[in-house]
Design a protein around this ligand. Structure first.
Ligand code: SAM
Length: 288
């Protein structure tokens, strides 16, 4: 990269563990800008040193971002190019960045993404849970009441949910999610891209059980939680049994039964209806 255009703010993704997870473009931008605004200048310094980059750095973190934003904005307006990085992953994603990006955009300056890793996308991409619609919530509130209402709101939300949590609070969080939302499918992604990378997959109860006998849970945790409408929640092979149970229980019409089971199994209503009809005929053979 030659000299970056003046007055440009680059929002640069950096590794979430493995130091090689940085793009060629990120390295070239970090080497070419006038200043790097880093959440922790020492952490970023180690990463830059590994790539032989000696660009000046300044701190930009949650405790000084209100004060620093106008200062950095002035530098940008004066023609400086600045790269914003966080300790890991993508700035602004449960990390500082939003204020500076908003101020720069508001001032009509160029704000350019240099895409890179994010724990949210990494965990979701290998979760095997539906990715067509998802809800990123990051860290839920530490306040019990607020957290409970955040979890309550998920009960009727069909999307896959992405949560960040500290290793100390991950066990109680999983227990709380199970108590409120039931035994949903989930994937706990721990220490992704690092030496002790681990993925625990299954129902929340199975993940709880897998963690139960550990003295301590270490490392960074991202939890992917299936929505209630996740077809994986009800395996296809269990459909005939569910139809038999529903028929035995009686109640609504066959089309109501098909509509309800189609929703729970993520299948076309006609498919479920045809199967229900077949099973019903088996149960009540016509006598000639
Ligand atoms: N900006 C970052 C991103 O784009 O992913 C997230 C920063 S947030 C302060 C840090 C949280 O992200 C951790 O507490 C953990 O929940 C999650 N996280 C970061 N790195 C991770 C990793 N290697 N494996 C699993 N989760 C990770």
């Amino acid at each position: 990269m030659g000299s970056p255009p003046p007055g440009t703010l680059y929002v640069v993704g950096t590794p979430i563990g493995h130091l090689e997870d940085i793009t060629l473009r990120a390295l070239s931008v970090l080497g070419a800008v006038d200043l790097i605004a880093a959440e922790d200048t020492r952490t970023t310094g180690r990463m830059l040193a590994r790539h032989g980059i000696a660009t000046p750095r300044t701190s930009y973190h949650e405790h000084n971002e209100t004060r620093r934003t106008p200062e950095l904005l002035q530098r940008l307006k004066g023609g400086a190019s600045i790269a914003l990085v966080s300790n890991a992953g993508t700035p602004g994603i449960s990390d500082p960045g939003y204020r500076l990006v908003a101020a720069a955009a508001e001032a009509g300056l160029r704000v350019v993404p240099i895409p890179g890793p994010s724990a949210a996308a990494a965990a979701l991409s290998v979760s095997g849970l539906p990715t067509d619609a998802f809800l990123f919530l990051g860290f839920l509130s530490k306040k019990a009441g607020k957290r409970r209402s955040q979890i309550d709101a998920l009960a009727s939300d069909g999307r896959t949910v992405i949560l960040y949590e500290s290793p100390r609070r991950i066990r109680p969080l999983i227990a709380e999610l199970r108590a409120v939302l039931g035994d949903r499918r989930a994937v706990l992604a721990r220490e992704m891209t690092k030496v002790f990378e681990e993925f625990l997959r299954g129902r929340l109860s199975a993940i709880e059980a897998a963690l139960a006998d550990r003295d301590e849970i270490k490392g960074e945790c991202t939890l992917i939680l299936a929505g209630p409408e996740d077809p994986c929640l009800e395996p296809r092979e269990e459909l005939p049994q569910a139809i038999r149970r529903a028929l035995a229980a009686g109640g609504g019409s066959l089309s109501e039964l098909a509509r309800e089971l189609a929703r729970r199994y993520g299948l076309p209503r006609q498919t479920v209806y045809a199967e229900a009809m077949r099973i019903k005929t088996e149960r009540e053979p016509t006598t000639d």
